[in-house]
Unconditional design. Structure first.
Length: 413
């Protein structure tokens, strides 16, 4: 259906509008030159079934349907057609000139408008100096924002009316435009937790990074330094502070340019999980124990780097390597054969299960506790360990055991 087909025609409205306010709904119909009747007559071309129909209207709808003389359409479909015909620029200019806050809020609550228009309208709304839910208008707009973008909102309606809903939006979304919109909302200044989630988000737009670099406090800039997806130009500004430089060096996604730029912070670089093989081997040549230890613990430890470190025959380095899940299985097997590194191997989720089963036979409390926490420990062993009060909590907090319980649809013993 095309609204143009209804120009100068009459529709029979049963019930009420849903997405549009009543005034806005009739205003839109008037704009499209569509006449409205509340009773059937010879001019009616379409029956529009709205929400909250009275018993009389429901009976009338049923009777008209039986006559098979009219086309019927649901209010949700019709309002989407109305929303598609809105000229965004005209509406925005009208709202700006009229300063009609009630109409602005009505459109923000309208689920039929598209996200592009919603974000433009949200930018126009003023929260004043009050919080997201501190007054009725702010509450309605905040609820509309959460309701529009929150994943599976139907399973958690309460979050729509709580500031935690805004926080969850940030954590859930991959939508950079939504992150930018939330970052621009004045009330977030009252919520450091939301700001932290924003500046750590992998999809945070460069525009938002620039805003927090310029306006954020020192605590915000420090949190931003932990973001692996930090823009290079933002990183260059942050590393002017030595404390922040070390944080950036350890966390930012490295390429050759950033590796050279941060070369003064080799200890931090050695812990960066995005080091490639060439970078790791270059750091090995630095001949500094803190760098060796950081590389040994690096979750992206390359096999060549691993062998170079083991060749140093340092007990501290070896102990860390055998705990590292990035260490190749054959190296872990060789370590077990030596019989010296059982405690480290019992912590390592890469340790083969046959070795973990043998370690279970140990009476060493530390090893058994490590096995209770190890996500690679065979489930039958975890069942046995949870029967002992010493290890019960460790087993219950073991993510792999939790998934097993859920998959088997059983409760804790």
């Amino acid at each position: 259906m095309n609204l143009q087909d209804l120009k100068n025609k009459t529709i029979l409205l049963l019930g009420k509008s849903r997405a549009f306010s009543e005034d806005e709904f009739f205003s839109q119909l008037q704009f499209h030159k569509i006449n409205v009747s509340k009773e059937p007559n010879e001019d009616v071309r379409l029956v529009l079934e709205g929400r909250m129909m009275s018993p009389y209207e429901q009976n009338l709808s049923d009777a008209l349907y039986e006559q098979k003389k009219y086309e019927f359409i649901n209010i949700d479909i019709f309002e989407k057609l109305l929303a598609q015909e809105i000229d965004n620029d005209t509406l925005l200019m009208s709202l700006k000139l009229s300063n009609d806050k009630a109409r602005l809020k009505s459109f923000l609550q309208n689920s039929c408008i598209d996200d592009t228009l919603f974000f433009k309208l949200l930018k126009m709304y003023s929260f004043g100096d009050e919080d997201f839910f501190e007054n009725d208008d702010n509450r309605d707009v905040s609820a509309a924002l959460i309701g529009r973008f929150y994943e599976n909102i139907e399973r958690n309606h309460n979050v729509q009316y709580a500031t935690t809903g805004i926080y969850h939006l940030v954590v859930q979304t991959k939508n950079a435009q939504l992150l930018e919109a939330i970052a621009d909302l004045k009330p977030i200044k009252k919520h450091p937790k939301i700001i932290k989630a924003l500046v750590l988000h992998e999809k945070i737009p460069v525009s938002v990074q620039k805003m927090f670099l310029k306006k954020g406090d020192e605590a915000t800039k420090e949190v931003m330094a932990y973001n692996a997806n930090l823009d290079k130009n933002i990183a260059r500004e942050l590393i002017k502070d030595e404390k922040l430089a070390a944080i950036v060096a350890q966390n930012i996604k490295l390429d050759e340019e950033m590796f050279r730029l941060l070369s003064a912070y080799k200890n931090a670089l050695a812990a960066n999980e995005t080091l490639n093989e060439a970078m790791q081997q270059e750091l090995v040549t630095c001949n500094e124990m803190p760098i060796y230890l950081a590389l040994a613990a690096n979750s992206s430890l390359h096999v060549t780097t691993c062998k170079l470190l083991l060749a140093m025959q340092n007990e501290d380095i070896d102990t860390i390597i055998y705990t590292n899940s990035a260490t190749p299985v054959e190296i872990l097997q060789a370590a077990y054969a030596k019989g010296k590194y059982n405690e480290s191997l019992s912590k390592n989720s890469a340790t083969p299960q046959d070795i973990l089963r043998e370690l279970f036979l140990s009476e060493d409390e530390y090893i058994l506790c490590n096995l209770a926490q190890n996500e690679n420990t065979p489930v039958e062993i975890l069942y046995q360990l949870q029967l002992e009060s010493r290890f019960e909590r460790a087993v219950k907090t073991n993510a792999a055991f939790g998934k097993h319980i859920q998959s088997e649809n059983i409760g804790w013993l």
